[in-house]
Design a protein around this ligand. Structure first.
Ligand code: PEP
Ligand code: MN
Length: 481
């Protein structure tokens, strides 16, 4: 802490202050030989090849000129909250679309996603009696890595849909268009603006949780369970009013009227991320540091996390809290090295490991990864993504996920952590607030044949509104004190 202040003025530009006259190692602030563009010297996976390089350049200049969407204050706030998560004092809930579309930048989809995340977090907080840190996959989750660069359309190979900030879903709009990057910025900003507005206007006010009505909930059980929580919460709030703890001037009252909700996306298109990387004052030390101001939290995908690759190079230089997707192909030693690269000072909660093995693989891979992290001395947030290792083709050939497999991966992750003297600190879901039919099972007992009813995703299958609440109840019950 002390050295941070003393060395502050030396840290301009991208040079490392290591050899500064007072000899204080300032590695904390600027990674060795790092700059927002140093990723360009490394091999890159999932790269987008733009035909019109001049156009790309113009677009990036424009992006670089646009104002930050989030501030260092907010980013540091999230980092502090994630530190609490890593120390088992809070729980992380992260969720949203697989591929967010520009089209979802509209009142209803934004409200319903917020609503389901808030309701899930209410269920979790109530059941587990632990604060919940909420991060949405939203306001920028527009780029998708693809296992196959091509897909079939009417028997022909066409380039795969890479997300709205690369190309269009329409079969004749698959050429990467740099203009989409600017569009991504404005859709992110508009989404974030509306989220901020409704949150500051009482959307999350706990005094009216019953207004978050339970549309689309078919199962009486889920409806009743939620209603019970709401009734008991209302009682508790009335009690607080009676004893005067619910005074608008009281410091706790603020947390009853509103909540923190942070934004995240996969940091995939590094040209975009670079243009939104700014050197700004760290609110705690006053030192200049590099922040990605396009979102609060960025994660690196399972396909782009190579130790010597461009993505890891970019990620190691930013102050934002980051996530790393960890699948079966991650070697324990590789994980140790990766943590040292992106978090050389071993800051607690800076890194969230988002494990996604598949229900049948958790017990095989998670113990080795837990052991590796212990040996490394890093203290991470352990989140479980029970979606990406459990994707299957339905009988009609569409991508789906079975609710039971999702629950199985979650419960195996919880138990495996426990058995290895560790704790699962969070969850990562692909979900939507709407009544889609993309994952089968859940309390509404969606069958394979029902998938056609309302299958809307442009990439991976998401939990619908009711399935999301189901999952929150199941986790809350597990942690219930
Ligand atoms: C995703 O989260 O949508 C994704 C592509 O995940 P992963 O990198 O874990 O496959
Ligand atoms: Mn996905």
């Amino acid at each position: 802490e002390k050295s941070e202040k003393m060395n502050g003025s030396l840290r301009n530009g991208v040079t490392n202050g290591k050899n500064s006259s007072n000899g204080i190692n300032s590695k904390t602030y600027i990674a060795d030989n790092w700059s927002p563009s140093s990723w360009r010297t490394k091999p890159i996976k999932q790269d987008v090849n733009y035909d019109d390089k001049e156009h790309l350049k113009k677009v990036l200049t424009k992006l670089n000129h646009l104002p930050p969407m989030v501030t260092p204050e907010e980013i540091i706030k999230l980092r502090n909250q994630l530190k609490q998560v890593a120390l088992n004092k809070a729980f992380l809930l992260q969720g949203g679309d697989c591929a967010e579309l520009f089209d979802y930048c509209s009142q209803e989809p934004i409200e319903s996603k917020l609503k389901v995340l808030l309701q899930m977090s209410l269920v979790l907080t109530w059941g587990a009696r632990i604060p919940v840190v909420r991060i949405a996959r939203m306001s920028g989750q527009y780029a998708k890595p693809r296992s196959n660069p091509f897909e079939k359309y009417q028997g022909q190979d066409i380039p795969s849909f890479r997300g709205d900030n690369v190309n269009g879903f329409d079969f004749d709009d698959r050429k990467p268009d740099p203009e989409r990057l600017v569009s991504a910025y404005f859709h992110s900003a508009a989404t974030l603006n509306y989220v901020r507005s409704i949150l500051s206007s009482g959307f999350a006010d706990l005094h009216h949780p019953s207004e978050w009505s339970l549309h689309h909930v078919r199962s009486n059980g889920t409806r009743q369970e939620y209603q019970t929580i709401v009734d008991r919460l209302t009682d508790a709030l009335n009690f607080m009013t009676t004893i005067g703890a619910d005074n608008p001037l009281s410091p706790i009252s603020n947390s009853l009227n509103s909540v923190d909700l942070f934004m995240s996306h996969e940091g995939l298109i590094l040209e975009y991320e670079q243009s939104l990387t700014r050197q700004l004052k760290d609110p705690t030390t006053g030192d200049l540091k590099w922040f990605n101001v396009g979102t609060h939290f960025l994660w690196v995908g399972d396909r782009t996390r190579q130790l010597n690759g461009a993505h890891v190079e970019y990620f190691r230089g930013i102050q934002n809290p980051i996530g790393i997707k960890v699948g079966p192909s991650m070697q324990p030693d590789e994980l140790k090295e990766l943590l040292d690269i992106v978090n050389p000072n071993k800051e607690i909660g800076k890194v969230t490991l988002i494990t996604r093995y598949g229900a049948n693989n958790v017990e095989k891979y998670l113990p080795g990864h837990i052991q590796a992290v212990k040996e490394s001395g890093h203290v991470v947030v352990w989140a479980c993504d029970p979606m990406h290792g459990n994707t299957k083709n339905s009988s009609s050939g569409v991508k789906t996920r079975h609710f039971n497999a999702i629950i199985e991966e979650l419960s195996k992750a919880i138990h495996t952590h426990k058995a290895n003297n560790s704790q699962m600190n969070g969850v990562h879901f692909e979900l939507t607030g709407e009544g889609v039919t993309e994952c089968v099972g859940g309390s509404m007992q969606l069958a394979d044949a029902d998938l056609a009813l309302n299958y809307k995703t442009y990439c991976d299958p998401r939990l619908n509104y009711e399935q999301s609440l189901d999952v929150a109840f199941l986790i809350a019950k597990y942690y219930e004190k």
